[in-house]
Design a protein around this ligand. Structure first.
Ligand code: C5P
Length: 225
């Protein structure tokens, strides 16, 4: 039995990709497997938390003791996150949110015969879910984000920590074959205002337990359930 470092705490976690419809048969998305977010949800539940897992379209089983909310689009993930965050002590954003969505969702299948030879898609920026939660004045949980980078990992992650007003960010180098999107393993650096801590490469399940321990220390040190 692991230490109940999150006993009595309410935790919301976003995981997996989002998916944006172009027309009734097509969508924009990414290769996120959801494994890291689901592993964190499982670890948080084992640590005694009441966990809400907001999941984009992934093929993963719901971890034991976790309340799962399935969503598809970024707007739906934001709405579910806003609602769950109202009642959360900790918000962990592990989702790989699609940054841009089609400006118009075509009601009928887009046809190549319609004279569309190029520039068929016009995109608009999606809302930033974790930044929206972190910008709250009221009902603001402790907010943790992830940064998947391919270069200047620490520098870019620190930029996101500041820009999105996060309390902590977990950075990983997705160009490294030892970790990233579809892998079972990952290697991360935890960054907050106090500094940086590199964790050794590990299975995502092991890493999740270690992350939960360290997040709980930072978020709730000195508080009692
Ligand atoms: O800017 P970038 O997508 O790299 O930031 C990553 C962090 O921000 C992750 O924690 C991710 O879940 C979160 N994010 C979000 N909403 C977005 C984009 C990113 O919550 N629209």
């Amino acid at each position: 039995v692991p230490e109940q470092v999150l006993a009595g705490k309410k935790v919301t976690i976003t995981a997996g990709p989002t998916r944006e419809a172009l027309d009734p048969v097509r969508y924009l998305s990414n290769h996120s497997s959801g494994k890291m977010g689901f592993a964190i949800a499982a670890a948080a539940a084992r640590a005694g938390a009441e966990v809400t897992l907001i999941a984009g379209p992934v093929r993963l089983d719901t971890p034991a003791g976790v309340t799962r909310v399935d969503v598809v689009s970024t707007d739906d993930m934001l709405a579910a996150a806003e609602q769950a965050a109202d009642d959360s002590d900790l918000f962990i954003a592990a989702a790989a949110v699609v940054d841009f969505r089609p400006a118009i969702v075509a009601e009928q299948k887009i046809k190549k015969e319609d004279g569309n030879d190029s520039d068929v898609l016009s995109l608009v920026k999606n809302p930033d879910i974790v930044a929206t939660i972190a910008a709250r004045k009221n009902k603001r949980p402790f907010v943790v984000g992830f940064a998947a980078e391919t270069e200047k990992v620490i520098e870019h992650a620190k930029g996101k920590l500041a820009r999105k007003n996060l309390d902590m960010i977990v950075a990983n180098d997705v160009s490294d074959p030892a970790g990233g999107f579809n892998s079972d393993r990952n290697q991360v650096v935890i960054i907050d205002n106090a500094g940086e801590t590199a964790l050794p490469a590990a299975l995502k399940t092991e890493l999740a337990a270690e992350l939960i321990k360290r997040i709980a220390e930072r978020a709730f040190a000195g508080t009692h359930p």
